[in-house]
Design a binder for this molecule. Structure first.
Ligand SMILES: [Zn+2]
Length: 71
C-alpha cells in the first residue's frame, strides 16, 4: 500500500502562517497581467502573485487602474 501525497506547492500554503486554508483566485488585470490573488482564512493575509513572484498591492492597483489613464 502506498500513500499518495500532493506536493505542498500544488495545494498552496499561506506564506505567512503556512496554513492550507487559503483561497486562490487567478484573475486578469486590465493591463493583461495574469495574477493570483491568495487570501488566507487562518491569518487573513492577502497577497498577490504574478508568475509565482510576489506582487506589491500598489503594483496591482497600478495595473488595475491603467485603463483609466489617458493614452
Ligand atoms: Zn495565513
Amino acid at each position: 500500500m502506498s500513500l499518495v501525497t500532493t506536493p505542498a506547492s500544488k495545494l498552496g500554503t499561506c506564506t505567512t502562517c503556512a496554513s492550507t486554508r487559503i483561497t486562490e483566485i487567478t484573475m486578469t488585470l486590465t493591463d493583461g497581467s495574469i495574477v493570483d490573488f491568495v487570501s488566507c482564512h487562518a491569518c487573513e493575509t492577502k497577497s498577490w502573485k504574478q508568475a509565482g513572484a510576489d506582487l506589491d498591492i500598489t503594483t496591482v492597483l497600478g495595473k488595475a487602474k491603467k485603463h483609466k489613464v489617458a493614452v
